[in-house]
Write a protein that binds this ligand. Structure first.
Ligand SMILES: C[S@@+](CC[C@H](N)C(=O)[O-])C[C@H]1O[C@@H](n2cnc3c(N)ncnc32)[C@H](O)[C@@H]1O
Length: 307
């Protein structure tokens, strides 16, 4: 079998041409453009075998990211396994908002962290999965001290590997939502929790991803309710909570935040124009400003705010 025959096989199996090219290039350890100039190149037997197996999986609905073992998120290449949700582009809205609150420069990227300094803002990512949010924030805002949690040990292992591979020191904790960081407070709390309703028919198409990463059951809002309800005990005064939610859950999440006593409650839209992330500031007071900074090391432990 040569390159052209492999791509023709993919077409007959109903696999998208771009997906097939990406998979074949991956198995050949070549860039995708190489395939165009080498369509008569013979495939080694083991490449044929792995490519054919992947075509079957892809045709059955397995995410391309699981077959490749990686996904790009916020400009970073993250390892993914079936233990974690495949990071979605919508979640980059949450990361961009977090970075704006932290005063990080767009595009800034370094593996060198300076966390642990007095005044380093403490950031928590609840339900970190692959570590997509935590690692992106740690990379773009090296001054932050980033923690991340998940209920699932398999997900934490993936997050740990990604943090190590990308040179980020992230504190990882296993446990359900805030119970994983009992007694700790943060300047910024972030979460992309499971939010699909338990009876949503779209869940069938997402069957390869862990169900507990997709839905908390019921109306889909239970995890968001727990995260919002627990946030006041874990945020410094003036700290922010930002959460991702379903396109039709914006009003419900804003109501949760307002009812819990959050101020400056607002929502950001994703690139498709859907309401995607909502957040609010905890106990901001009249003089609060727009960036979060750490409070550790300040007299009396009161929160500082700087623009
Ligand atoms: C929608 S995924 C988000 C993963 C990752 N943050 C991202 O944006 O790609 C939700 C994550 O929450 C985790 N999770 C589910 N229930 C949880 C709970 N009770 N406490 C902590 N994490 C939980 C899942 O294991 C999963 O990794």
């Amino acid at each position: 079998m040569d390159v052209a025959a492999a791509l023709a096989l993919a077409r007959r199996r109903g696999v998208d041409r771009l997906d097939a090219q990406v998979l074949l290039a991956h198995h050949l350890a070549q860039p995708r453009t190489w395939l165009i100039a080498h369509d008569d190149a013979p495939l080694p037997a083991e490449v044929q075998q792995r490519f054919t197996a992947d075509l079957e999986s892809r045709a059955a609905g397995a995410p391309l990211a699981y077959l490749l073992g990686e996904r790009e998120f916020h400009g970073l290449r993250l390892a993914v396994t079936p233990a974690v949700l495949v990071p979605r582009p919508e979640t980059e809205v949450l990361v961009d908002w977090a970075l704006a609150l932290l005063g990080a420069q767009p595009g800034e990227q370094t593996g060198e962290q300076t966390d642990g300094q007095p005044g380093a803002p403490r950031v928590i990512d609840l339900g970190t999965g692959s570590g997509a949010i935590a690692v992106s924030v740690a990379r773009r805002c090296p001054a932050a001290r980033v923690s991340a949690t998940d209920i699932d040990a398999g997900a934490l292992a993936v997050a740990r590997a990604n943090a190590q591979a990308l040179g980020c020191a992230i504190e990882l904790h296993q446990g359900s939502w805030w119970s994983a960081v009992a007694g700790q407070r943060f300047e910024l709390a972030l979460s992309n929790p499971p939010y699909i309703a338990g009876d949503d028919p779209h869940l069938a198409a997402l069957r390869y991803e862990p169900r507990h990463a997709l839905t908390p059951g019921g109306d889909g809002l239970d995890a968001l309710r727990m995260i919002v309800a627990g946030a006041p005990a874990h945020l410094e005064a003036g700290g922010w909570l930002l959460v991702e939610h379903g396109f039709d859950q914006g009003a419900a999440v804003r109501a949760l935040l307002v009812d819990a006593g959050f101020e400056t409650v607002q929502t950001r839209r994703d690139l498709a124009g859907h309401e995607r992330c909502s957040g609010g500031r905890w106990g901001a007071g009249p003089a609060a400003e727009s960036h979060v900074t750490g409070s550790r090391g300040t007299a009396g432990g009161d929160a500082k705010h700087a623009t």
